[in-house]
Ligand binder design. Sequence first.
Ligand SMILES: Cc1cc2nc3c(=O)[nH]c(=O)nc-3n(C[C@H](O)[C@H](O)[C@H](O)COP(=O)(O)OP(=O)(O)OC[C@H]3O[C@@H](n4cnc5c(N)ncnc54)[C@H](O)[C@@H]3O)c2cc1C
Length: 420
Amino acid sequence: MSSLQNWINHGEEIRRPLMVNPKLAHSTTVVIVGGGLSGMCCAYRIATMRPDVKVIVLEQSQRLGGVISTWQDGEWICDLAVNATRPHPAFWRLIKDLGLASKFKPSRHQAQARWVLSRGRRHRLSWRSLFKIGPLKLWKSVKQSRVGGRSVAQVIPHKAIADALCLGIVNDTAEHVDADFLLPSLTGFGDSPPIKKRKLNRLIAETYPIFTPKKGSIASIDGGMATLIKSLGEKLLQIENVEVLFSQSVASAQTVAERFGIGLESIIWAAPGNRADYSESKLSIFAIGYRNEQVANVEVGYGTLIPDAELPISGILNESDLHYSKRAPNGHRLFRLMVPHSRWNGDEQTVLSCAENLLGTNPELFVKIGERSIPRYQPGYLRNIAGLDKSYSQVGWAVSGVSITHVVDEAERVAELFIE
Ligand SMILES: Cc1cc2nc3c(=O)[nH]c(=O)nc-3n(C[C@H](O)[C@H](O)[C@H](O)COP(=O)(O)OP(=O)(O)OC[C@H]3O[C@@H](n4cnc5c(N)ncnc54)[C@H](O)[C@@H]3O)c2cc1C
């Protein structure tokens, strides 16, 4: 495939190195460790691209989807991890191939506004936020970041904005987050496109199936992300050359090679936590719901990021404002609260009091829906990944990028190696 076609298919993902053993594509059996979205997509793409290759997925738990799941209680529906996707043609291709096009819709346009709550004051995030940072200061720090290995705090020299961005995506503050990993196109990590960015973006826009997303928009699925996992899981079960084995806690790639009598080069590690410097941060997720009139003063929007560490809540997502599909009973609004354990004493009452201050008192619904861990991406993370040993392949959000678009696109890139 030409370099230009590669950029059109995968966009800025091309900047991220694939952690793939060059001999993987010669395998007749491929074993994938981890049945999260990444492992599932790799299995799906490789198995459909190459029906002659046997693909085995080993998942430690008894379900597929990894961190992705959707909580439901009657008409209240709330995702625990990802709830929507930013535009990327690979994700649109996946939705189309799974036959989910009719359930996939752009998020509601009225719910685009995002706010940052800092020292008790709410600021709306927009291009004007650039002036808060200082365009010249920002330009200088972005230019300096080209050396690589910088933190997001060094690239975006405005603590509240940089922290809000990082907390909203990786549950960590900006000085601890690798700018290359989070914003490779801004820091210029990796290869550059062979044509001007604007022209490339136009060509990419022409490739979207289903609908072409508007700039800055996001999209989500009827019933939450569980709909995607259910459909992908069912598809995997129908594919003859795929086998999914549950309750398989794998100790190492070596043990997989011995058990299946294959070389290390035929193993894809799609589970996080397989490197010496790997660590995670934890957070709890709460759902809180109100009758419309109780929260009439809360503006319709995407949500509010809260960098102030004195408050237990780091982010409020306006779930029922955002999605085209229903997330709350008629006449009600649903919000999702993100609570990092680094700033919470574990007492649910403190979360409720904080939410009541920020949203409204006496909610109709207040429930902790789960806990999740997110990989830490310390400055230098992406640079170090590029130098990792590739005796077996590694995919997933600990190596490719933190969002679902990264892991979905990465799976396509890995599968394409099987036909090159
Ligand atoms: C709270 C939260 C909010 C998020 N919000 C967004 C968002 O808004 N937008 C977005 O794009 N993304 C978001 N994400 C990120 C997105 O969910 C991830 O990028 C994606 O789901 C990662 O998939 P994965 O398969 O790489 O990893 P995982 O989901 O972690 O899957 C790994 C799998 O490997 C299994 N496993 C682990 N160890 C072993 C072992 N030793 N042996 C066998 N199996 C093993 C696990 O059980 C799991 O099933 C969010 C994530 C979280 C937690």
